[in-house]
Design a protein around this ligand. Structure first.
Ligand code: PBG
Length: 327
C-alpha cells in the first residue's frame, strides 16, 4: 500500500472539484449595505476615511439605492442619519421630520422592494456624541430608554422594515418591543446589536456619521473587548426581551464570539464588518499591498464560515459587482 492513504489534495485538484466541495458561499441575500443620509439636495460628500462611501442627501440616496438594486440585486440597506441640528438627548431623532424618517419615506415610495433596516441610537443626534442622555458625566440608562423607544416607533411609522438598536443600554430591546407593539407594529422585527464592543474599529464611522463622543469614550456602555462570556449574557438577555435577530460587532476580531453565539443560541445571527475593518482593506489596497478583490471575498467568506447568517458590510456592493460572472 502506498503512503499516505489519505490525500486531502485529491479534492483540490481542479476548480470543478473545489467548487463541488466548497462549504461556504456568500450570497447576495446574506448582505446588507449601510448608507449615511444627510440634509440638503444634490449632496454627495465623500467620506475620506471610507473610500467609495458618501454622505448622501435624500434625492441622491434614492438614486444610489436604485443603482445598488438594479446593478447588484442587493435589496437590503441599513440607514444612519446626519441631522441638521443636534440636542442634549437625541429627541430630534424622534420627529417625523427627522432625516432618517424622511429618507425612509422617499425610498419606500420609489423602491418598495428594498428592505430598510433603521439603526436606533442617539449618538448621531446628541451635541455631546454619546448614545444617550448624559447625567453627571455618564449616560443614564433608564432616561435613554425613553428616547430609544420613541425613535423606534417614529422609524417604524415612517416605514422601516426592521429596527436595529445599537446603543447598548440595558433593557432597551424589551422597552422597544413594548413600544412597537403598543403602536401597532407587532410585526416589525428587532435586530439587536447584542454583543457590541467598545472598539477602535469604529473610528472612520464616527467621521462619516459625525458622531464621535466629545468627552470620554463609550466603555461604560459598550462591551470590553476582552470578554466573551459576557457576550453570551448580552445575547441571552436580548433574546429574553424579544430580539428577533442578534448581532456581534465588530466581526473580524470577534470571530470566536460569532462562533460561540451561533453554537449556543438558535437565532439568526448578524455580524457587522465595521468601518475600520473596511478602511484598513482600502488603505492597504491603495498602496498596492494586497489583492483587494480576493481579500474582500476571503473576509466575507470567513465571517460566514464563523457562523454569521447575515453580514452588514460596506463592501456589499463592490463584492457583488466583483463576483459578477463567477457563478
Ligand atoms: C451607533 C453606531 C456605531 C456604529 C454603528 N452604529 C458607532 C459607535 O458605536 O460609535 C459603528 C459602525 C461602523 O464602525 O461601521 N452607535
Amino acid at each position: 500500500m502506498s503512503f499516505p492513504i489519505t490525500r486531502l489534495r485529491r479534492l483540490r485538484k481542479t476548480p470543478v472539484i473545489r467548487n463541488m466541495v466548497r462549504e461556504t458561499i456568500v450570497n447576495r441575500d446574506d448582505l446588507i449595505m449601510p448608507y449615511f443620509v444627510c440634509p440638503g439636495e444634490g449632496v454627495k460628500n465623500p467620506i475620506d476615511s471610507m473610500p467609495g462611501n458618501y454622505q448622501w442627501s435624500i434625492d441622491l440616496l434614492v438614486k444610489e439605492v436604485k443603482d445598488l438594486y438594479t446593478t447588484t440585486g442587493i435589496d437590503k440597506i441599513l440607514l444612519f442619519g446626519i441631522p441638521e441640528e443636534k440636542d442634549e438627548d437625541g429627541s430630534v431623532a424622534c420627529s417625523h421630520d427627522a432625516i432618517v424618517p424622511r429618507a425612509i419615506r422617499a425610498l419606500k415610495k420609489e423602491l418598495p422592494e428594498v428592505m430598510i433596516v433603521a439603526d436606533v441610537c442617539n449618538c448621531e443626534y446628541t451635541v455631546h456624541g454619546h448614545c444617550g442622555t448624559v447625567v453627571d458625566g455618564d449616560v443614564n440608562n433608564d432616561l435613554t430608554l425613553k428616547t430609544l423607544a420613541a425613535q423606534s416607533v417614529t422609524l417604524a411609522e415612517a416605514g422601516a422594515d426592521i429596527v436595529a438598536p445599537s446603543d447598548m443600554m440595558d433593557g432597551r430591546v424589551g422597552v422597544i418591543r413594548k413600544a412597537l407593539d403598543e403602536n401597532g407594529f407587532e410585526n416589525t422585527p428587532i435586530m439587536a446589536y447584542s454583543a457590541k464592543y467598545a472598539s477602535a474599529f469604529y473610528g472612520p464611522f464616527r467621521d462619516a456619521a459625525e458622531s464621535a463622543p466629545k468627552f470620554g469614550d463609550r466603555s461604560t456602555y459598550q462591551m470590553d473587548p476582552a470578554n466573551s462570556d459576557e457576550a453570551l449574557r448580552e445575547v441571552e438577555q436580548d433574546i429574553i426581551e424579544g430580539a428577533d435577530m442578534v448581532m456581534v460587532k465588530p466581526a473580524l476580531s470577534y470571530m470566536d464570539v460569532i462562533q460561540r453565539v451561533k453554537s449556543t443560541f438558535n437565532m439568526p445571527l448578524v455580524a457587522y464588518n465595521v468601518s475600520g475593518e473596511f478602511s484598513m482593506v482600502k488603505a492597504a489596497a491603495q498602496q498596492g499591498w494586497i489583492d483587494e478583490k480576493r481579500i474582500i471575498k476571503e473576509i466575507l467568506t470567513s465571517i460566514k464560515r464563523a457562523g454569521a447568517d447575515v453580514i452588514i458590510t460596506y463592501h456589499a456592493k463592490e463584492f457583488i459587482l466583483n463576483s459578477k460572472g463567477e457563478n
